[in-house]
Design a protein around this ligand. Structure first.
Ligand code: AMP
Length: 403
């Protein structure tokens, strides 16, 4: 059975086609700069002999409809595709950023569900409208396929109210949905399940802290296999310091910027989401570049790295305290999987929590899930490569079987 996974953003659509239940990736790609003068299509087909074939093209792709039509024609292409007609795609799994409180599970898409999604779009105005657009177009192109929405917030719907509520009057929660939702749920769910499997621990008894460090960063406390707290809140702005996002700040800072520096809400939004984080501190949102400058004694880069690491450590300490027992600390995503330097700095000084890193294991060039703790460490330290697309396919598959 073929499951197409789509991740539609405001100016890009990423896709991957899986053969399920084997979990084989048949092809993958992206259409970027949709609506710009020169859009970019990157397409890769995985051949049976284990090799990959890449195809790139530039052209004008004016909107999501054109983008998905182009993806569809590549899926059908004699050289670059693997299907002959649309109905060979059994299901389409859509990444949807915000599911509000309504959606805590993968959900079959219907006109009622789409209407609900439109209603909660105000919670994620940058992401949900683009996700919805992707769904609308996919419904036209793949009318015979089962269509499923998988939500970035869903895994965190198990958080208790004392973790997700803000200490503001209840009516803002009741009437406006203002609470912490958390994001990167498919990633935290995938890596925690994979970690429990790797350690042969029953998922329902697995306690972990998973640290997702990519362009966006978040950290989740997992108790008995479910999310009980996470660092992102109402939006993906809270918590850790990220590429361009500030993470936690005193909320009064926003009032100060608006009242005393006369910034508009739009300007503050842009400042905190696009111009802050590593970029605001050290001029670049690429941590590789910041680390390089750190090693050349650049003071701004040194402060940025110290702040980035300090914030992660604070959350690990807080979550360890709330969990009580910790089986594993999990690193994932671009930085978490690839930067031995950041993993080492994060683990430094956490020995009192039973977190002890083995230097050789930390720097070994291995791509798969692996353990990095020293022999005397009480807590397992794992790197688990995340795979949000596979998680979406895995969550879509059971709904298909029920059809
Ligand atoms: P992701 O969002 O998961 O694709 O992660 C992308 C981020 O990972 C980028 O900001 C990169 O700078 C960062 N990254 C990738 N490899 C490394 C590395 N070896 N060291 C530090 N950062 C890295």
């Amino acid at each position: 059975m073929k499951i197409l996974v789509l991740n539609a953003g405001s100016s890009s659509i990423k896709y991957q086609l899986f053969e399920m239940p084997e979990k084989n990736v048949l092809l993958a790609g992206s259409v970027e700069k949709i609506g710009e003068a020169s859009s970019l299509v990157n397409h890769k087909i995985y051949q049976q002999d284990g090799t990959e074939k890449k195809h790139e093209e530039n052209g004008v792709i004016s909107g999501h409809s054109d983008a998905l039509k182009r993806i569809f024609s590549l899926l059908l292409d004699a050289e670059w595709g693997v299907i002959r007609e649309a109905k060979e795609i059994s299901a389409v799994g859509h990444r949807v950023v915000h599911g509000g409180e309504k959606f805590s599970k993968p959900t079959l898409l219907s006109s009622e569900v789409l209407e609900e999604l439109r209603k909660i779009s105000y919670l994620a105005p940058l992401h949900n409208p683009a996700n919805i657009r992707g769904i609308e177009v996919a419904l036209e192109i793949f009318p015979d396929s089962v269509q499923v929405a998988v939500f970035d917030t869903a895994f965190h719907q198990s958080m208790p109210d004392y973790a997700f509520r803000y200490a503001i009057p209840e009516r803002f929660y009741r009437e406006n949905g203002l609470r912490a939702y958390g994001f990167h749920g498919t990633s935290h769910q995938y890596v925690s399940r994979e970690a429990a499997r790797f350690l042969s621990i029953d998922e329902s008894r697995f306690n972990a802290i998973s640290v997702h460090l990519g362009n966006g960063c978040s950290i989740t406390a997992i108790s008995n296999g479910i999310s009980v707290d996470t660092s992102m809140g109402l939006t993906p702005l809270g918590g850790l310091i990220m590429g361009t996002r500030s993470g936690d700040i005193d909320p009064s800072l926003i009032l100060f910027l608006e009242k005393h520096l006369n910034m508009t809400p739009e300007q503050v939004d842009k400042l905190l989401n696009k111009e802050s984080g590593l970029k605001g501190l050290a001029g670049s949102n690429d941590l590789r570049e910041v680390i390089d400058r750190y090693q050349h004694q650049d003071p701004a880069a040194q402060l940025a790295v110290e702040m980035y690491v300090y914030r992660i450590k604070k959350y690990i300490g807080a979550y360890a305290a709330t969990l009580g027992r910790l089986d594993a600390l999990i690193f994932t995503a671009g930085v978490g999987e690839n930067s031995a330097f950041i993993r080492e700095k994060v683990c430094q000084g956490l020995e009192m929590l039973g977190i002890e890193l083995d230097q050789d294991l930390n720097t070994a060039a291995v791509r798969e899930t692996r353990a990095l703790e020293s022999a005397s460490g009480k807590v397992k330290i794992l790197v688990v490569p995340t795979n949000e697309e596979l998680e979406i396919a895995l969550q879509t598959y059971p709904l298909l079987a029920n059809q």
